[in-house]
Design a protein around this ligand. Sequence first.
Ligand code: GRF
Length: 219
Amino acid sequence: MAGLRVAVLASGGGSNLQALLDHSGDPGAGFEVVLVISNKPDAGALARARRAGARVETIRGDGQDQERLLSLLAEAGADLVVLAGYLKLVPQEVVGAYRGRMINIHPALLPAFGGPGMYGHRVHEAVLASGARVSGPTVHVVDEIYDHGAVLAQWPVPVLRDDTAETLAARILEAEHRLLPAVVRAWAKCGSASALSLAAPSFVPSPSLPPTFDDALAG
Ligand code: GRF
């Protein structure tokens, strides 16, 4: 299929990868997941990729294998690199080579609740401790600083009074699974992050609010 060639880096269960795989190769989607890379040979993400028939590779992820990562991405002809739960810092050489063509999904509304050490349940615990009433995923361009590059899309998700980190994480993950494919589809149409920002400066897919938001307002 002709279209945007997407490489995904993932360290965990890969539910965001799955959301992309579910659209990959659809005639209307405009993109195809051509390579999935993990630093963990037993990552659920790799099992999902294999089931979908996508090419998989593993790297050490220790910052010493940037040459291998660069050559894997080049061989696959990746137009866009998506970090979907990738827990290692991407080497600077790779960020530089894919500047403006690498995006990350983070489970909070950046620039709040991001940065080094802010991953997994720590993010949601910090949100709960702050008393924030709204959280939600952010898709942003990757640069050399953790969770720092330009924000492309966010999806507001309510924080409910009786939330735990687990319940909040699960509600936000649902939104992630809609937001990430929407951004990649939009990227495939627009061709670049800057075109995407110009086309829709505060791009949020529509309908923008998950049903639980109405529940929160009613409550
Ligand atoms: C997601 O919450 C994502 O925002 C974060 O890592 C988690 C990955 O989950 N960067 P999964 O492996 O895609 O299920």
